[in-house]
Ligand binder design. Structure first.
Ligand code: ATP
Ligand code: LTN
Length: 338
């Protein structure tokens, strides 16, 4: 008799929108964890282009950034041999499940989502229905793959909670269908703030390019942006309330070097903000250099990237179809005669 000694690994799903070039916020808050997790989990990483169009995008830019997003995942260390990577719009089951889930999601609970409130304020001229139902599509992304764990930055916690609520409600009405997903939020890097307004999240779609550090930009740009980062009028490098700008830079430095806040305070004792900012800028640029080099190499090989994209979509579509068929059966859709 054959014995199966392999323990089934838990599944991970996560994604980033190709709504801009990825920033160190995306890297430290999400992708760096994705890389670590791929040895212990079965990982599926998605470029969520359907989410990106909840905000107006220039079509040519969206197309280019989608391929760039995939290249960046690989350049950051996601290994196509270990993890599945694909583009959301290549797997129609996401939109299909999203519809069924939207019929099991309450208007009231969507109205409470803080991201919807923020984005409606930012894009007051385009408060579209997709922006409102964004969390339903995200729940579909997660639930389609029977995901156990979702690694994200802290800003996405509320979205994971609603995905759990939707899954529990559906399971309650129709019987066990979905695995209930858990968020995975790492302590350092969970919220990197804007360099120009350290009370706000760093965001790749911020109109001011000085507010973010892109994973791929030049060393000089990175150093210059950190030098110009908004800090308070003090001079001591200390992690304390009221020093949002310095705390953010300490957080970034800590995430890249693994040093504790205490270590950092000691390292810069008696030195000013200038020395500290230079160290943060240089460290960011140095740590990201291998990613930048790998990205440049990969970008020259579109055929390779498209191969990964296609293989990923085929595998994702296979897994997604299984869940979707189950859902269709449970809700009472008549099976298409073969
Ligand atoms: P947009 O500007 O289009 O809203 P974004 O830069 O905020 O995008 P998302 O695509 O919404 O990025 O997020 C992708 C992942 O990166 C999520 O897991 C999110 O939590 C994480 N993330 C985004 N920004 C930050 C940040 N500033 N700090 C930590 N994590 C972040
Ligand atoms: N809403 C997420 C992106 C996203 C996502 C997902 C993350 C879409 N679908 C599924 C994890 C799992 C954001 O970061 N803005």
């Amino acid at each position: 008799m054959e014995t199966n000694t392999e323990i089934k690994r838990k599944r991970i799903f996560s994604g980033v929108q190709p709504s801009g070039v990825l920033t160190i916020g995306n890297y430290l808050g999400a992708i760096k964890n994705w890389v670590t997790l791929q040895d212990d989990y079965e990982c599926i990483y998605c470029v969520v282009d359907m989410h990106a169009i909840t905000v107006r995008q220039t079509p040519a830019d969206l197309r280019r950034r989608t391929l760039e997003g995939l290249a960046l995942y690989i350049a950051c260390g996601i290994d196509p041999q270990k993890s599945t990577m694909f583009v959301q719009s290549h797997v129609p089951a996401h939109a299909e499940l999203s519809w069924v889930l939207s019929c099991n999601t309450m208007f009231g609970e969507l109205s409470r989502m803080t991201q919807f409130k923020d984005k409606s304020q930012k894009h007051a001229d385009n408060i579209n229905a997709g922006l409102f139902t964004y969390p339903v599509l995200m729940a579909a992304d997660i639930l389609l793959y029977q995901t156990d764990v979702v690694p994200v930055g802290i800003d996405q916690k509320q979205h994971i909670e609603i995905a759990r609520d939707i899954a529990e409600r559906f399971n309650g009405v129709y019987g066990d269908t979905f695995v209930i997903p858990e968020p995975y939020i790492s302590k350092t890097g969970m919220k990197i703030t804007s360099l120009t307004d350290p009370t706000k999240k760093m965001s790749k779609s911020d109109p001011n390019p000085n507010s973010y550090i892109q994973i791929i930009e030049t060393r000089d740009e990175t150093i210059k942006k950190v030098k110009r980062a908004v800090t308070d009028s003090g001079s001591e490098v200390k992690f304390e309330e009221g020093k949002d700008g310095i705390c953010n830079l300490m957080n970034i430095y800590s995430a890249f070097t693994g040093k504790s806040y205490d270590d950092i305070e000691k390292e810069f004792e008696g030195k000013g903000y200038g020395d500290f900012k230079l160290a943060v800028g240089e460290t960011c640029a140095d740590k990201l250099q291998p990613v930048r080099d790998e990205f440049a190499r990969l970008s020259a090989d579109k055929a390779y990237l498209e191969g990964i994209m296609k293989e990923g979509a085929d595998r994702a579509a296979y897994l997604a179809r299984k869940t979707l068929s189950k859902v269709y059966r449970k809700v009472g859709f008549y099976a298409k005669p073969q």
